[in-house]
Ligand binder design. Structure first.
Ligand code: FES
Length: 575
């Protein structure tokens, strides 16, 4: 293998000294022949496999496809586990551990003899956590998503992950669905390996992986159990070896142009609000200056053309058969809304990949002139209730409520909400504005997905399905409603949200991008004098680090000390 560029892994495996002996010898306990340490690229397969992360439980198998590809291209694959974040199981919320997992990823890459990385991701937070850690290392990197589950099916009805949990539970609360039927739907919702098959956070992030160019074409939508998912993983294994040989670090792919494409794609697919936080965090790791105003400015004119739940009718399996994300990006490109020159890990530009992408079903992927909603992007609201910004997803909201003035019904925290929401004496009607405090990054460490707080049963029984809701929390990507989220600064950090009281008048004006609390500055100052921050969570440990160092939602909720690129370098050794 003469003439090869000297790789990072050579600092471990190259040479004839004592150290090289030690590094190689222990690796050989798996039965690796001498010639695989001849200076060929060592490819780390960073795996979030876990049986506690059901959406990623099939990733051990997918890693084997990656390994095939790496061997075929002349590399040496080494699979390693990192902390896996399962949205459905992990308490109090998987988001609490996104930054922790990103540190695991970054240090596992930096500390080991790795020249390039495949990130095996799936469930919501696993994608941003691995991209954040890899971005800080800046080695050649490809993300491979695990793929969505097959369409849910219950008694002949197509049902979507999460979205139908919310819907069915409302039906139970309103007396329209027996509890036994509700429970019977569990297995039908989750029919196969894979992640949520609605356009929730996992599918959104898998789509943005493709839009950013950090995944191969079709990464977003091939179902987890479709044999083509294995082929994609194998091709990624081949390709990462070439990226190492060509010295294409992740910073070459994750450029400002790539992030702009991702923001527009998020609008076109009706993507999750969680993507706002994650994309800003990834961008800040790689050194791209991205903020909330970019989200509003770039997404403002993008209609949602993908008709998927929770905003629409179909699911990810349908999306793949309809043409997948390439078809969406082709539509954006033809409307002049795609930076076609952005490089991708495939070697082709994004424009080259999508220029002839076919659309097989114009109901699932609609033409630009017949969108699901005209305003697909994330609207960024500002005003005295959220000077640092708040977000709303217009495509998931009720049009009539996007301009609304109403009296606040305030919940001091999520426990207060649960204790109060179905109290028959609660003074609330359909014009009220529900306000939830202390669920932001610090107030509920990790920023709970409770912003789409269910409506009171007494209003659901009257047929009320949506109300304006405002909080510093997040919302599940599978949820819907006229829900204002991520208010910054959060209540627990002394944002004005902390000062709202029952009966205060609040105006939401999505078209004007405003969120106003009609309380005078003098009165707010007086209330602030009587306000004290809520107690920090007890117990020390990681939660204390989180609360002390987490940034606000508008800055991506990263830890202040993790922002930026540190590159992998070659650490010192101690033997
Ligand atoms: Fe894992 Fe939805 S719970 S992707």
């Amino acid at each position: 293998m003469t003439g090869r560029r000297k790789l990072r892994s050579a600092a471990w495996f190259g040479g004839e000294g004592k150290n090289a002996f030690m590094y190689r010898s222990w690796m050989k306990n798996r039965g690796i022949p001498d010639d695989l340490f001849d200076g060929r690229p060592v490819i780390g397969i960073c795996n979030t496999w876990s049986e506690l992360t059901p959406c990623n439980a099939h990733l051990r198998g997918l890693a084997d496809y990656v390994k095939r590809g790496v061997y075929e291209a002349g590399g040496l694959p080494v699979e390693f586990p990192v902390m896996s974040l399962g949205e459905s199981n992990l308490r109090p919320t998987a988001m609490l551990f996104r930054n922790l997992a990103s540190m695991d990823v970054e240090e596992s890459i930096r500390g080991n003899p790795i020249d390039g990385v495949i990130l095996l991701v799936g469930c919501d937070k696993t994608t941003p956590a691995l991209l954040m850690g890899a971005a800080s290392c800046n080695l050649p990197t490809i993300a491979v998503s695990g793929g969505p589950m097959l369409n849910g099916n219950f008694r002949g009805q197509t049902i979507g992950s999460g979205t139908h949990v919310w819907k069915f539970y409302e039906d139970v609360k309103a007396g329209r669905m027996p509890v036994a039927d509700f429970l019977a739907a569990e297995q039908g919702q989750s029919r196969s390996a894979g992640s949520c098959m609605t356009m929730g956070t996992a599918s959104t992030m898998a789509s943005l992986v493709e839009a950013l160019g950090i995944g191969l074409p079709d990464n977003a939508a091939i179902p987890a159990v479709d044999s083509r998912r294995g082929v994609l993983a194998q091709l990624a294994g081949r390709r990462i070896v070439q990226l190492v040989e060509q010295d294409v670090p992740i910073a070459r792919i994750l450029t400002r142009a790539a992030f702009e494409n991702a923001i527009r794609v998020n609008g076109a697919i009706g993507g999750s609000t969680n993507a706002v936080i994650h994309l800003i965090a990834i961008a800040r790791r790689i050194g791209v200056d991205l903020d909330l105003d970019d989200w509003d400015r770039l997404g403002r004119d993008v209609p949602t053309i993908v008709d998927l739940m929770p905003s629409g009718r179909f699911l990810m399996e349908d999306f793949y058969y309809a043409g997948g994300l390439s078809a969406v990006m082709r539509t954006l490109a033809e409307a002049g809304l795609l930076n076609g020159d952005a490089e991708t890990v495939s070697g082709a530009t994004i424009g080259e990949i999508v220029k002839d992408a076919p659309i097989y079903n114009a109901e699932v992927i609609r033409p630009f002139g017949r969108p699901l909603t005209d305003q697909g992007g994330i609207a960024v609201l500002r005003g005295n209730l959220a000077p640092g910004g708040a977000v709303i997803k217009p495509s998931a909201a009720t049009p009539a409520l996007m301009q609304h003035k109403g009296r606040a019904v305030v919940f001091e925290n999520i426990e207060h909400y649960h204790a109060r929401i179905d109290d028959p004496a609660l003074d609330i009607d359909s014009s009220s504005v529900m306000v939830l405090k202390n669920c932001g990054p610090r107030g509920y460490p990790g920023m709970a997905e409770v912003g789409n707080m269910p409506l009171p049963a007494k209003l659901l029984k009257q047929g009320i399905n949506d109300m304006v809701r405002i909080s510093d929390a997040r919302m599940s990507g599978t949820a819907y409603g006229t829900v204002v989220l991520h208010a910054a600064p959060e209540a627990a950090s002394g944002g004005n949200l902390a000062l709202v009281r029952d009966g205060d008048l609040i105006e939401l004006d999505v078209a004007g991008r405003r969120l106003e609390l009609f309380v005078s500055d003098e009165e707010l100052a007086m209330r602030r004098n009587h306000w004290s921050p809520p107690p920090l969570p007890p117990g020390g440990g990681y939660q204390s680090l989180f609360v002390e160092r987490v940034l606000q939602a508008d800055q991506g909720c990263d830890f202040d000390f993790l922002v930026g690129r540190r590159d992998a370098g070659i650490p010192r050794h101690s033997h």
